[in-house]
Design a protein around this ligand. Structure first.
Ligand code: B12
Ligand code: SF4
Length: 569
């Protein structure tokens, strides 16, 4: 079965698999290994069936059957004859990915590597799976290129840094981490062409200008990732010229209607933003969306964003309870600072998309009503709400396990990747029904005319049932209406493009090059250590940065919990 370089006469063939959306990490690795001369193919599955939004098992099963591409996928993989198969997994994709990896392992006798945040968080769990030969912890560009080089030279790769490698005897070699990629400008732009073949790109092209986040909320993977990189600065930012060159290339290739910057927090660095504003309006001049936090939604930042062309921003409010936010989530935002941020966005003509999470430990129904009340003061164009999902190794997940909110059995299901933060509450809470109700109703409530709001408040007081689920189905488009319209319009195109891409092979045709000539010269050095932060309470990290826990181990509003229990009773 093995068709190495000598037999075929050209460099190695790497097969990537991803599902559900385009993926910047995969695009970056594809670009990196293509630049080393390897042939890369992607199998992408839009996975319209397991969208994570619907909580109707019968409908989910039907959609899964209707849109199942597994047969075409296996056939394509066999035709490509890869030398190595590469998977990327976030927690909620780990289950379907592993099912497919097992199928690949049966029909293709080649090593399989898996990377991404889920294996990074749980390498000891993932490497136990027979179908995985290697697990990548952290950034994958350099380790994958090194494995390919070793494979090509027929050398052992059991000692490649950032990887846990299973050898023929089943022994796992747990190699140390390599340093993070210091300058993001030093790696090629992510390659979107293979995702585009499957119709995975929309008319608002997505991009990131950073890796990492200046903050460390306890429910977010950044809290864990930073602990992993203690002693280094994981947060890095691409220089403005590098970003603009990339945007120019994307603008010319795809003629998008706009851009979506999906950085954890976009434009937190004032010096960077000043330079970006001038360059973006001059060279790109298209509307864009970004993510912001109440801490960075300052007057000067918002003014510059608006002048650059920003038309909307997503802002995580997370909870209406100041106590939950500050003591449990490590989000030091007062109610007033959140309201002020919303008002400023309005002043600069930027639409607010507010985001909430329900179902935190210690959260009571009173706290949930507070989320509704706070949302009333924000005047957001839309509000999205999610259910707290205890992502592995985050500080809040560990807190929940320790304090008994998350049972060992449920944590096993989380590790396997079951459920989603749209539908599944894993914690053992006395008021889980309230969590489901509030998370389903809030997006609708946000757009309900003032006059009808009391009616929705009454519906919220009813026992959780079909009515709330039904309202939620109508709420899906309201989470982000523009995005919803784009996606619905895209479904037929994506469906047919996927079917076509799965049947028609293009790997032996030359693909467009991804590197462009530098058009814009950097004004100042953007080395990771020299990033200067806007006065936004973001942690300014030095080389000696040491991660510290954020939740007080003695925190636990037992009285609040008892109160909730008694209310329930
Ligand atoms: C941009 C983004 C999106 C975008 C793009 C999706 C994407 N997967 O890139 C959109 C908006 C579509 C999105 C959607 C979702 N997202 Co999202 N998203 C992010 C975000 C902000 C950045 C991800 C990113 O591109 N980082 C930059 C790249 C370069 O880093 P990376 O992905 O880690 O990849 C590097 C390494 O991990 C490694 N690597 C990755 N894959 C592989 C594979 C191999 C073989 C190797 C060797 C290495 C390797 O190398 C890469 C390059 O160095 C992260 C938060 C974060 N900071 O990570 C959340 C995050 C990944 N998303 C998350 C979630 C939950 C979702 C959704 C499920 C939410 C939903 N709507 O239901 C969906 C899932 C969609 C999908 N099918 O992927 C969670 C995942 C948590 C977890 N433990 O799984 C995160 C971590 C945010 C959080 N809550 O903490 N997301
Ligand atoms: S600000 Fe957002 S991305 Fe950053 S740590 Fe907090 S939740 Fe995560």
């Amino acid at each position: 079965m093995w068709h190495g370089k000598e037999e075929r006469g050209y460099s190695l063939r790497v097969l990537f698999y991803y599902r559900g959306s385009e993926h910047f990490g995969v695009q970056s690795i594809i670009s990196y290994v293509k630049n080393k001369g390897h042939t890369v193919e992607l199998i992408y599955d839009p996975a319209l069936g397991d969208n994570g939004y619907l909580d109707f098992p019968a409908a989910n099963n039907l959609l899964n059957k209707l849109f199942c591409n597994d047969k075409l996928i296996i056939e394509k993989a066999k035709r490509f004859q890869p030398d190595l198969i590469a998977f990327s997994a976030i927690t909620n994709l780990y289950l379907p990915i592993t099912k497919l990896a097992r199928k690949f392992k049966k029909v293709l006798d080649v090593p399989i590597i898996i990377g991404g945040i889920h294996p990074t968080s749980l390498p000891e769990y993932v490497i136990k799976e027979d179908c995985y030969d290697m697990v990548c912890i952290g950034e994958g560009e350099e380790p994958l290129a090194e494995v390919l080089q070793r494979l090509e030279e027929k050398q052992s790769y059991t000692d490649v840094k950032n990887l846990w490698v299973k050898d023929d005897s089943g022994k796992v070699h747990k190699n140390p981490k390599r340093p993070i990629i210091k300058s993001l400008d030093s790696i090629p732009f992510g390659d979107k062409t293979l995702f585009d073949n499957y119709g995975a790109l929309t008319s608002r092209i997505m991009l990131m200008t950073t890796r990492g986040c200046p903050f460390e909320c306890t429910f977010c993977v950044n809290s864990y990732r930073n602990s992993l990189y203690t002693g280094e600065i994981y947060l890095r930012q691409r220089s403005v010229p590098n970003v603009i060159d990339n945007l120019l290339q994307l603008k010319n290739t795809y003629q998008p209607k706009g851009f979506r910057f999906l950085d954890d927090v976009f434009a937190f660095n004032l010096k960077w933003l000043i330079e970006f504003k001038d360059a973006y309006s001059k060279h790109i001049n298209l509307p864009f969306h970004g993510n912001i936090t109440p801490s960075t939604a300052k007057d000067n930042i918002l003014k510059l964003l608006s002048e650059a062309g920003c038309t909307s921003l997503s802002m995580g409010v997370q909870s209406g309870s100041e106590e939950i936010r500050t003591k449990l989530l490590h989000r030091k935002h007062s109610d007033e600072s959140i309201v002020e941020a919303a008002q400023k966005m309005k002043k600069y003509g930027i639409k607010l998309h507010a985001e909430y999470i329900f179902g935190f430990p210690e959260e009571t129904p009173e706290d949930m009503w507070k989320s509704l009340d706070l949302n009333d003061r924000l005047d957001a164009v839309n509000a999205a709400s999610f259910i707290f999902y205890p992502y592995p190794k985050t500080e809040l997940q560990e807190y929940c396990l320790k304090k008994g909110y998350l049972s060992k059995e449920n944590y096993e299901l989380v590790k396997e990747g079951h459920g989603s933060y749209h539908t599944t509450g894993w914690l053992d809470l006395p008021y889980m029904d309230e969590v489901y109700k509030f998370s389903k109703i809030l997006p609708v409530y946000n757009v309900t005319p003032k006059l009808l709001k009391p009616l929705l408040r009454k519906i919220l007081k009813l026992k959780y049932g079909f009515i709330h689920k039904l309202i939620y189905v109508f709420a899906i488009p309201l989470i982000d209406f523009d995005e919803f319209v784009i996606r619905v319009k895209d479904i037929p195109r994506m469906f047919f493009k996927t079917r076509r891409a799965l049947k028609i092979d293009t790997w032996d045709k030359p693909s467009p090059t991804t590197s462009v000539e530098r058009k814009i010269e950097p004004v100042h050095n953007q080395e990771s250590g020299s990033i200067t932060y806007h006065d936004n309470k973001a942690k300014i990290r030095s080389k000696a940065y040491q991660w510290k826990p954020k939740i007080n181990p003695n925190y636990g509003m037992d009285s609040k919990k008892e109160h909730a229990n008694s209310r329930k009773a």
